[in-house]
Design a protein around this ligand. Sequence first.
Ligand code: C2E
Ligand code: MG
Ligand code: MG
Length: 525
Amino acid sequence: MHSYSYLDRKKIVYIVCGLVIFALIRILLISRENSFLNSIFIAAIAISLLYFAIYVTSVYGNNVKTSRSNERKSANSNKMKPFISYHEEATALSNERSVIEKMNDQLKHDGSKKALLIFELDRFFLFKSSLGSMYTKRILDLMAERLLQNFPLSQIGKVEEDQFLILLENGIEKEELIDLCKQLTQSMEKPFCIEHLTLHTSVNIGIAYYPDNAQTADGLLKSAQLAMYEARNGPEQWTFYDQELSSVRKQMLLLENDLHQAIQNNEFILQYQPQLKLKTKHGIAMEALIRWEHPEKGLIPPSDFIPIAEDCGLIVPIGKWVLETACRQTKELQESLGHPVTVAVNLSLGQLYHENFVEVVSAVLEETKLPPECLQLEITETMTMDKNLLVPILNDLRALGITIALDDFGKGYSSLSYLKDLPIDCLKIDRAFVKNMSEKGHEPLVDFIISMAKHLKLNVVAEGIETMEQFNYFVNSECDAVQGYLISKPCSYEAIVKNCCSVKKYEFCCETQSDYYCLIKQIFN
Ligand code: C2E
Ligand code: MG
Ligand code: MG
């Protein structure tokens, strides 16, 4: 529309100018006083008019150019709109919206049996938090490329940040699908070489059938996703959807939803369980254990929500909250008691490998003013798989002045030889060993663990002490501390502060081991 009016106006200006010049020349020719001055005067008017015409057209020209380029831009953005809103940015595969629309169309027009296969990069959030999103975007690009080598674009799509899906109409018998899963895992498990790193990954696959498992595209996607989440913990890398799995997983998904709000709503609390020192008679050592005070479901133990938080990446903010709260409350306790108090904080894999974890710990110590030697971080055997990644982080943490404990030792039954290469300070013997000590063969095993730890100059803490028999065994061993229900169950911070107020100052300096034992029992009650 703009370009038409531009052309019309340009023509009109030229025609008017031409007519005026023509009229002036005519006047000049028929003028009786055809003097030289007259000619110059009329020529000047003609030049001015021509100049005016050029000026007017150029102004219109510029306006029109701008409006034309705007038109082009808006035309382009209109053209882009469907692409962007229907395609995932990083991989150019169909995105969730497009997938759902396309599938719904297909299901409406053709009711034949189909299978939806969905897969994700295993431990995606761990990769993202440890290596950064540049690497994960590149991995996802390469995964999309590998997928496109085997399936037509029309059959595949991308949902969430890291999930790919394939809609299959043929070859959907269970055996054929299992073969396909095997091929897919093989293809995705070939290492990805990005920059100077070679990354070994695996995938979790979920499969759901239309119309058996769901009758809508949305339902089919959710069922396949539920199966995929189940595959994370299952023996195989793929799982077929079934009804039973749905109800358990649904609860977990609901919990995951609530978990997102839990930090803002202040729903987490820390409880503290004492570690009774066996070689000294003073000082308090305790372990911080998180609990979730859910508004409807009540107190939820960490085993029910920490794995969910680890899967969805929420473990990083939750872990930071734990660290800050534990350090702050321990510092407050130290100040009110005037006695040393140390605290052990549990870590998750995703947290430890998060890009700036060491800085986070350092900032928390600075902010809360807790002396670094009063903080111990607990890692587990599963975090020690990749020593090349782990050792530098542990060295940096220890350089801050904090200590590291290896928690639940013995649970993973991994090689003992790796222990000597780990920069750690303490070994916590898993409760399962303590529990089974009365069984034949277990006591020598515990003896062996303690002597090996001592050989490596590590402190030893025994977990899960429930009976006097177990307690007496460790009192007479080289073990440095014991922790368990016999001494105290985990206590709320408020209860500890209240109990400390009722303990007289002089009672903190104990003469005998049994006085010290009574004091700890009194505080953590
Ligand atoms: P953990 O670090 O090995 O903590 C010891 C667990 O054993 C605690 O369970 C404690 O209540 C329990 N326990 C202690 N003494 C006894 C006993 O004598 N008998 C029995 N049966 N149990 C005992 P809780 O608090 O449920 O924690 C379970 C696990 O959850 C912890 O095991 C730890 O791995 C994880 N966890 C707890 N808090 C956090 C946290 O803040 N962050 C992370 N990442 N994990 C946490
Ligand atoms: Mg622990
Ligand atoms: Mg433990």
